[in-house]
Design a protein around this ligand. Structure first.
Ligand code: PMP
Length: 360
């Protein structure tokens, strides 16, 4: 069987152990004679799956009991609308603008109220995480929105800002489960792109403080009201059952590896291997400010852009896939989510060394 090291930003690698477990259980889940895809979402077996998935996520992230966990659909792109539809009572929110995804989140929020940019790194092409001056925070804002990891630009918040009584809403699509966090610092955490650290595409995880539920605008569609999903245990309508099952297997895998502490150590180690090599090389360059680096998405460039296509083609021939940078940034990007093993990053750096020696 051929398996490659897939550096895609998402959908991205899943742990082989998880795929094999799903494969073994596919035709007949738990001796039911049915696959998970064929089970009713109201059946006892699926109830066990979704209950266990939530319990595992709560354990991994140490989620306090006054937070709800919702398994819904629509991706982070739908959260860009759901958050303002549910939270914008006073009609205004503060945003930290750190790249393409925060821009889309702001564009959507503007349909429902006033968006105030309290910090931005647009002046330098989003290559750094801007400082937040606490005096610019509006105490009457309905929420403050940040994108903790900027998948395209390769930056990440190194510290979570203190927004006082104003709830902090975080798009954690590309770094949830990559490191330990303190959930109580947030009003809402959403991971739309479950297709990175959680499982296959089609599932959106929302972790929401209970007092933020039940305040939706009158115009809010039933399906976009957090209350709908909270009151029904994420079973108001048919949820993405197979994706929830896969997420459960991934949560079990993370737990077996030692939970988020172990995951964080492994991720920091992987990022350091790649960044240490790029830093000492005068062939490759990182566009990202050193104090703002993501440990999930690592963009880099070869100053001679004519070599990009050759780099990507030769990497692919060695089983190193999907390294083309996002069209808005150019160059290359290596996404090294939880499922990327250390050996994958080592193999990639060995290739980079060889390519440098041959093309310098
Ligand atoms: N926010 C971030 C940080 C992302 O990385 C992505 C997906 N790459 C999105 C939002 C959009 O997610 P989706 O495609 O699931 O709507």
């Amino acid at each position: 069987m051929k398996r490659v090291y897939n550096f895609s930003a998402g959908p991205s690698m899943l742990p082989l152990e998880v795929l094999e477990k799903a494969q073994a259980e596919l035709p007949s889940y738990n001796d039911s004679g049915m696959s998970v895809m064929e089970l009713s979402h109201r059946s006892g077996l699926f109830t066990e799956i979704i209950t266990e998935a939530e319990a595992l996520l709560r354990e991994l992230l140490n989620i306090p009991s006054h937070y709800k966990v919702l398994f819904i659909q629509g991706g982070a792109s739908q959260q860009f609308a759901m958050v303002p539809l549910n939270l914008m009572k006073n009609g205004k929110a503060d945003f930290v603008h750190t790249g393409s995804w925060s821009k889309k989140a702001m564009k959507e929020a503007e349909k429902y109220g006033k968006v105030n940019v309290i910090a931005s790194s647009e002046d330098d092409n989003f290559t750094y995480i801007p400082n937040i001056d606490p005096t610019t925070l509006d105490p009457d804002a309905d929420y403050v929105h940040i994108t903790t990891n900027n998948t395209i630009e390769g930056t990440a918040f190194q510290e979570i800002p203190d927004t006082g009584k104003v709830p902090l809403v975080a798009d954690m699509s590309s770094n949830i489960l990559s490191e330990e966090i303190d959930v109580s610092q947030f009003g809402i955490i959403y991971a739309g792109g479950a297709q990175k650290n959680i499982g296959p595409a089609g599932l959106t995880v929302v972790i929401i403080r209970e007092d933020l539920i039940g305040n939706a605008k009158d115009i809010c569609p039933t399906m976009l009201d957090y209350k709908t999903h909270s009151e029904s245990g994420s079973l108001y309508n048919t949820p993405p059952t197979f994706a929830i099952y896969m997420a459960k297997l991934v949560f079990e895998w993370v737990k077996e590896l030692g939970g988020l502490k172990a995951m964080q150590e492994r991720n920091e180690k992987k990022a350091a291997i790649l960044y240490d090599y790029i830093s000492q090389s005068d062939f490759y360059q990182s566009p990202v400010a050193e104090d703002s680096r993501s440990i999930m998405n690592i963009p880099f460039v070869i100053p001679n852009h004519d070599l990009d296509a050759k780099f990507i083609k030769e990497a692919q021939a060695e089983g190193l896939e999907t390294l083309k940078g996002h069209r808005s940034v150019g160059g290359m990007r290596a996404s090294i989510y939880n499922a990327m093993p250390v050996e994958g990053v080592e193999a990639f750096v060995a290739f980079m060394k060889k390519f440098e020696a041959e093309n310098k």
